[in-house]
Structures are given as C-alpha cells and as structure tokens.
Design a protein around this ligand. Structure first.
Ligand SMILES: Cc1ncc(COP(=O)(O)OP(=O)(O)O)c(N)n1
Ligand SMILES: Cc1ncsc1CCOP(=O)(O)O
Length: 179
C-alpha cells in the first residue's frame, strides 16, 4: 500500500501512522509516496519516489539498507539507473490513459514491456489499471512484472472492498499478488 502526498504534514503523518497500524495487522508493507520525512517519522517500510524527487542514493542513506525504495520509471535508461542507484523496485506507467495524473505520458503495454525487459528490478505497473484490464497487463509475459498499483479503480467506485476483492481475484488468477 502506498500513501498519497497531498495532505498537510501533520494530517499526513497521522494518516500514515493509522495506515501503518492497519497494514501491520495484515502483514502488508506501507510505502509513503515522496515524503521521506513522513516515512521516517512513522517508521514506514519504505518510500516511492519520482524522477524529480530526492535522489535514490540520498534516500537510501536516510532510510538505511532495510527499507524499500521504489522509483517511477518510463524508460529503459531510467530503469537501469534505478538499479545502479540501489532501488528495490520500479513503478512504470501510465500504462493506460488516466485522469488521476495530468500531463502524464501514457507508455502503453508496449512501453511497459520494453521497460520490464530492460529492468533488473521487479516492476509494478500503474496508470488506468482496473479489474477490466489488469489481466491483460499481468499476462504481458515478462517475469519481473510483479503487480499493479491503482488509484481510481479503488476510489472511483461504490465499494472499495468489492473492487479490491475483484482485483485481488484477477491478480491471484494471474499468479500475481499485490500487497
Ligand atoms: C508504482 C507507483 N508508481 C507511481 C507512484 C507515485 O506517483 P507520483 O508521485 O504521482 O509520480 P512520480 O513523481 O513518482 O512520477 C506510486 N506511488 N507507485
Ligand atoms: C502515479 C501515476 N502514474 C501514472 S498514472 C498514476 C496515477 C494512478 O492512476 P489510476 O488512477 O489510473 O490508477
């Protein structure tokens, strides 16, 4: 689970701590999006950072060797750099068009596959993914594609629980478990 960044720091930290308690109960890792300070303050399991955020090497120094660091990558070069810099996984997208992130390049399934093939790290696909297309993503046939990350599929829905269960079922069927 990855927690969003657009909240005031106090509220964000409060939410992060609450999420972390729930995640712990269920054996799920909590990664904080972009905010290294919040991740440190709530002792999260790691962070997810973008290409224009703090460099991976600096984040590693701040968090230590045990924490998980993910980096958003759209190209094979970025994927290679993430590995060199000591990241643990990369996120790649947007796979499909999405309204969640404006001015975001859509790399498509082909772009995702290209990045996966170039990556020495596990890859999480993101962008426009839902129950209706998760199977196509996971069946790309690249072994290091380990899961999907979703925002609107969960939050633009009547029941987060039902949608999560459906998505989980699809991912289990394709032998990928997203945590
Ligand atoms: C797997 C994954 N990908 C991306 C993000 C967060 O994305 P965002 O901070 O909006 O954009 P970048 O700056 O990382 O490009 C995530 N949490 N997980
Ligand atoms: C962080 C990020 N990167 C590409 S799309 C996206 C947001 C998630 O998209 P969606 O709401 O379509 O799941």
């Amino acid at each position: 689970m990855s927690l969003e960044k657009d909240a005031k720091t106090g509220k964000f930290l409060e939410a992060a701590k609450a999420c972390h308690n729930i995640c712990r109960l269920h054996g799920v890792h909590l990664l904080i999006n972009d905010r290294i300070d919040v991740a440190l303050a709530c002792d999260a399991d790691g962070v997810h950072i973008g290409q224009s955020d703090m460099p991976v090497a600096v984040v590693r120094t701040l968090l230590g060797p045990e924490k998980i660091i993910g980096v958003s990558c759209k190209t094979p070069e970025q994927a290679q750099q993430a590995w060199v810099d000591g990241a643990d996984y990369i996120g790649c997208g947007g796979v499909y068009p999405t309204n969640t992130k404006v001015n975001n390049l859509t790399v498509g399934l082909e772009g995702l596959k290209t990045v996966c093939l170039a990556s020495k790290l596990p890859v999480v696909a993101i962008g426009g993914i839902s129950v209706s297309n998760a199977r196509s993503v996971m069946e790309l046939g690249v072994p290091n594609l380990k899961g999907v990350a979703v925002v609107s599929a969960m939050f633009d829905t009547e029941s987060i629980l039902v949608e999560t269960q459906k998505l989980h079922a699809v991912l289990m069927e394709t032998r990928a478990v997203v945590k």
